[in-house]
Design a protein around this ligand. Structure first.
Ligand code: ATP
Ligand code: MG
Length: 602
């Protein structure tokens, strides 16, 4: 299945505390390319006017203060997910590393499906992830739809130079005449129409005189090219549609393959980084920009496109269409459901921006497709939270423990470190009393082999408290254990000289029943039970994990204040966060981010 770049052999061994402190040095083939470009002085003399524009406006600018320019170009038609996080980290990361600037560009040239709601959510998610597009006094937040005038102007210039023509074939005819991988295409009967005629038609198209699908503008390249993308690709089409930013100003819209290179060039992008499916488009990208440079519309050096393999993660789907289906059909509670791989879902689950960045840094940027183990993402959040998360105790599946020789009404304070990695954070205190909540699983009437916790006659330590000896249990009429009894050994209190006088093999966590804070806790698991839910033509819905959410009533250590977004490590259980939407300090609702160790095996 899965090799995360070159990572599996580099997987470090956990140290004694179970932490992996090593930073994986994942390879990135783009680094040496950028280094070589900078060493060769490729961008020396490049000018930047402070805003996007064609050659005429850039020529009036200053030498570009950015050593390189990259961009993250989402289409505002959905929420960002883990795959986008990879692209954000690559683009903003490389710009940061090399003294460059990364633009946030909304690739909103398709009037359908795009919406302001997504624009806002995307900007928020990129910020949350820790990146900013402002630099050198420029906002660098751009909209491709702001370039429609230039795109149109360039289209007229291409026609006049004999590089484009208006085709009146039907969409079916165009498809049929495109040829196949083994056969060349057939020239359109309109291919040689005079430039003046194409120009007049394009203007009529722009002015709304032609219905959708009637005419298209095509680049005039080579219908026999072995690369089908060069067989006179369509660059403009008629679409009488309302655009969320330009309204009804346009009824023709550029095709993505035409728009994207122009967007890059207008913004002075040096390295246009995209995913592998665009590899076959690169010859058209270069052809188009070269023609526009010859026509004086664009300055050299022109942007260059580089493709890397998409991030795929086991047990995760990252297709926007499939994520939308999960939301629409109610398989999850919404875009920010803590099981969703959207950045808002991950945020709500308790994943930190630094954990996601760490995960992206640990996975290679390469040309070969692979699937990264989900457990790598989980390890990244553990590594990120372990040094900083406050420690606390929770009991998720409670059963009463009564210490029969502990006086009723008495209580004493026990102490534990706030975080064992940060002694300066000091200790926390919580009361021990006669009645405690413990995990149901910490008691067995009959102990299996190697079970060192409570069973009649056995000694265990109440962590940070006393050694106790189990004396028995109480059952209800149905035979279920409803309470456990034990006696404590008063001389064994933790932190006193007698603590080690009795050796025990088990340690259990507990909270005082009279003081514990009640909470709702969501125990989340992987949304899919299949490691490759989106492989082939699998029905991804059939791969949903029926146990991806379990909700329990738990007891928390007193003093655990569940302000929204607060995060803890509950001892023995894992990392948890107070749900940012539903939790209040009075009525805590917690999400389990991740267990302490990988229980899924490899
Ligand atoms: P989807 O397939 O989910 O609809 P998309 O590629 O159409 O995603 P865009 O909004 O166009 O979504 O993506 C913005 C940028 O993020 C693009 O440059 C795209 O290549 C990149 N990107 C999207 N998914 C991934 C991924 N899984 N790994 C790396 N980069 C990705
Ligand atoms: Mg896309």
């Amino acid at each position: 299945m899965t090799t995360p770049g070159k990572l599996s052999d580099a997987k470090p061994t956990p140290d004694v505390s179970g932490n992996v402190a090593v930073n994986y040095a994942a390879s990135n083939f783009l680094r040496p390319i950028i280094e070589a470009d900078l060493a060769a002085g490729r961008y020396q003399g490049k000018r930047w006017s402070g805003h996007p524009g064609p050659a005429t406006s850039q020529n009036q600018g200053q030498p570009d203060p950015a050593r390189i320019r990259t961009r993250f170009p989402p289409e505002p038609n959905g929420y960002l997910h883990l795959g986008h996080a990879k692209s954000i980290c690559v683009n903003f990361g490389l710009a940061g590393e090399f003294g460059g600037v990364c633009h946030l560009r909304f690739d909103d040239t398709n009037p359908e499906k795009e919406d302001q709601e997504y624009v806002d959510a995307i900007a928020e998610a990129v910020h949350w992830l820790g990146f900013d597009w402002k630099a050198d006094g420029n906002d660098n937040r751009y909209y491709a739809s702001d370039y429609f005038d230039w795109m149109y102007e360039f289209a007229e210039a291409l026609i006049q130079a004999g590089h484009a023509y208006v085709d009146a074939q039907t969409p079916d005819q165009i498809r049929a005449n495109r040829g196949t991988l083994t056969e060349p295409g057939v020239n359109s009967p309109w291919r040689e129409r005079p430039a003046a005629e194409s120009l007049a038609l394009l203007r009529e198209m722009r002015d709304g005189q032609h219905p959708d699908g009637s005419l298209v503008l095509r680049a005039k390249i080579d219908m026999a090219s072995p690369n089908i993308n060069l067989r006179d690709p369509v660059i403009y089409r008629v679409r009488h549609a309302h655009h969320h930013r330009t309204g009804d100003a346009w009824c023709i819209y550029p095709m993505y393959t035409y728009a994207h290179p122009i967007e890059d060039a207008l913004e002075g992008i040096t390295h246009s980084i995209c995913t592998l499916e665009f590899e076959d488009q690169r010859p058209f990208y270069d052809w188009l920009l070269a023609r526009l440079a010859e026509l004086g519309k664009l300055n050299r050096p022109l942007p260059r496109q580089y493709e890397f393999a998409r991030l795929n993660v086991t047990y995760v789907v990252t297709s926007k269409r499939k994520l939308l289906q999960l939301v629409r059909e109610g398989h999850v509670d919404g875009w920010d459901d803590p099981r969703m791989p959207t950045l808002f879902g991950l945020r709500r689950r308790g994943y930190t921006p630094s954990a996601i960045r760490l995960f992206c840094d640990r996975t290679a940027v390469s040309k070969s497709d692979s699937r990264i183990e989900y457990s790598l993402l989980e390890q990244a959040v553990r590594d990120d939270l372990d040094p900083v998360a406050a420690r606390s105790v929770a009991v998720l599946d409670p059963i009463k423990l009564v210490i029969t020789n502990y006086p009723e009404g008495q209580s004493e304070m026990c102490q534990a470190p706030c975080n064992p990695h940060a002694p300066e954070a000091g200790n926390r205190e919580f009361p021990l009393t006669r009645e405690l909540w413990i995990e149901r699983d910490d008691f067995r009437e009959e102990a299996p082999k190697k079970y060192f916790r409570l069973f009649p006659g056995n000694l265990v330590r109440l962590k940070y408290g006393y050694v106790i000896k189990c004396t028995g249990c109480t059952k209800d009429a149905a035979g279920n254990v409803v309470a456990v009894q034990a006696e404590y050994l008063p001389e064994t209190r933790s932190g006193t000289p007698g603590a080690d006088s009795v050796k025990v093999k088990g340690n259990i966590t507990w909270v005082s029943a009279a003081h514990a804070v009640p909470a709702i806790v969501h125990l989340y698991d992987r949304l899919f039970a299949d490691p490759m839910p989106d492989a082939g033509d699998k029905d991804f819905l059939a791969c949903l994990n029926p146990n991806s959410r379990q909700t329990v009533r738990a007891w928390l250590e007193p003093g655990t204040v569940a302000a929204p977004g607060a995060t803890w490590q509950f001892e023995r259980l894992g990392y948890f966060t107070a749900d940012r939407i539903t939790s209040t300090p009075e009525a805590p609702v917690l999400n389990r981010i991740v267990t302490l160790r990988d229980s899924w095996g490899v």
